[in-house]
Design a protein around this ligand. Structure first.
Ligand code: ZN
Length: 203
């Protein structure tokens, strides 16, 4: 196969108009908004992640006002993590780079799930809390990186039959291709709803 220089982007549906979600069975998951990914001094900086901080913060404020449960995934590695064969050393537990960005600091009552791989469900109690403790059906997933930890967490959630909602202004990737590839999979493969932060309303 020859890799073409450009491809036609297939259909990606972005929902237009308001979406009302029940605050009782909806949770927000903030994926990996940590200094190493979201600060220019970080080890694996994703420049576009910076402009998602404000919309994510708005979403959290809106959700918290209605009692929506907030989860964070926190990518977490130790010194000899095998992921450092793939990526430069990042988010080593206890370091500045590992911390969630101060603008989105978790609040009392939020649940922070430390994860070792792209998928927020792999080897973590995320499903236990969502399904059994809080009886959650709808997940709003924001964070970074769109085609890596966001996509794998969203896909893993959809495979478990959660309804997934992804505000396009709350996710970020390293380039346009990666962003579009993630959106295409979220829409087409996982049947998620792509929306915008200001179109989500909690009732
Ligand atoms: Zn990692």
């Amino acid at each position: 196969m020859r890799i073409p220089e450009s491809v036609k982007v297939p259909e990606i549906r972005i929902h237009e108009g308001k979406i009302e979600l029940n605050s009782k069975n909806t949770a927000i998951i903030v994926v990996d908004m940590q200094n190493d990914f979201c600060n220019e001094k970080g080890a694996l900086f994703v420049p576009d992640s910076v402009k998602t901080i404000e919309p994510i913060s708005r979403l959290l404020e809106k959700g918290r006002a209605k009692g929506v449960k907030v989860f964070y995934t926190q990518d977490t590695h130790y010194e000899d993590d095998p992921e450092f064969k793939i990526w430069p050393k990042h988010v080593v537990k206890g370091t500045w780079g590992w911390e969630i960005v101060p603008e989105l600091k978790p609040q009392p009552g939020d649940i922070v799930v430390e994860k070792t791989r792209y998928d927020g469900f792999y080897g973590t109690p995320l499903d236990h809390y969502l399904r059994h403790v809080y009886k959650i059906d709808n997940l709003i997933i924001v964070g970074t990186v769109a085609n890596i930890c966001v996509l794998h967490t969203a896909g893993s959630a959809a495979l478990r039959w959660y309804n997934i909602y992804v505000p396009v202004d709350g996710i970020s990737a390293l380039n346009e291709f990666d962003m579009l590839a993630a959106l295409r999979q979220i829409d087409f493969l996982y049947q998620g709803t792509i929306t915008r932060v200001d179109d989500i309303e909690f009732v």
